[in-house]
Ligand binder design. Sequence first.
Ligand SMILES: Cc1ncc(COP(=O)(O)O)c(C=O)c1O
Length: 422
Amino acid sequence: MFDKSLSRNKGSRSFSAVGTGDGHDLQYDPPPACIGNAIGIIDEPLRQRTADVPQPKKADAIRCAHFRNGSMAAMTAGIIERYAAYLPVTATTPRVTLGEGSTPLVRSSRIGPSIGIEQLYFKYEGLNPSGSFKDRGMAVATAKALEAGAQTLLCASTGNTSASASAYAARCGLRAVVVVPVGGIAAGKLAQALAYGATIVSVKSSFDAALKLVRQLADQPGVALVNSVNPFRIEGQKTGAFEIVEQLGHAPAQLFIPVGNGGNITAYWRGFGEIVMTAGGSAPRMHGAQAEGAAPLVRGRPVARPRTVASAIRIGNPASWAGAIAARDESGGTIESVSDAEIMAAHHRLAREEGLLVEPASAASVALLLRRTKARQVTEGGAIVCVLTGHGLKDPQALTRGLKMPRPVEPTLTAIRRALHA
Ligand SMILES: Cc1ncc(COP(=O)(O)O)c(C=O)c1O
């Protein structure tokens, strides 16, 4: 549903090149003025400040949008089916899907109003099949791997790529080999890869060293490297931008997104660029959030020993460095760092004030928005979207950090009443 309504978006940023930074651009026709099946926004803003008031009809917004379009297919089709015309696929490329994409764009109920931002939205990518945005790119990368006759999906990972690659490999009867930094991956993600049946190699190194190693392993026959250096990953992930435009009816004025290896910011910028080239209007300012202890793009040089609570973005030498910088510079945006304390504060607020459970890396986008708002750097109007990249259940340790688990009590009313007043 890309149309001229894009031009309602205020701002002077015009678009010159699409994700040109990482040298993985593919040649195909940009999307025309209509794309995919429309999906909606979850929840118009709560007019009452009492967030406890039930809103049964409005909570159904996304489902109603599908039914209104008479398109049950839109609810179930994966991103290859929905966006085939705008992806590097042909009629014979397998339509690999686990139902990825079509994730909710949730309007902020309490954080936005508390910082004076009327139109704040969260793109809740944790609701993808394996719990992160990686599934969009993995669907396309797996389809292209199958098309090329591969039998093995190979990746290095801070966790989510391994979970996603393992899931898609299982789906397609392929072998998944995942190389992870020892101690550097959240428990839920490792459990996912194990459960999906992947072969896991835990290496005594950082993610950056692991990626270097798998790049060398990848030239064997029948092996497809599915890290975001694989151009099909970026292609699949750009569909997140397509969906945001469909859901809002126009591009947002600003997009906040966590940055680790730089692939996702590159992908979103490419997605917005393709829409703008087709429908005109302005692309959003892109604001990338790195963790303070793992901020090579902010410092302008690799970080030898990246450190942060946000293990998914604990990366010292991003593979899509140039793509991330291009997204920043071409959009007139920023890439900034936020502290672990700011990340965990945003994590807490998303859970307590919005009901959105995310992993720490995802909260970096909101932490940066909060930081910029406090410093009065968010001056222009228009919609702001924070991409919430991964689900909170992936990192149970982070979820319960600083929280006390309740002690069991006797099964009596007196004991429960006492516990409630404790
Ligand atoms: C949850 C989460 N958020 C953000 C990122 C960063 O994405 P990218 O590495 O594409 O910059 C990752 C990467 O693994 C991730 O898993």
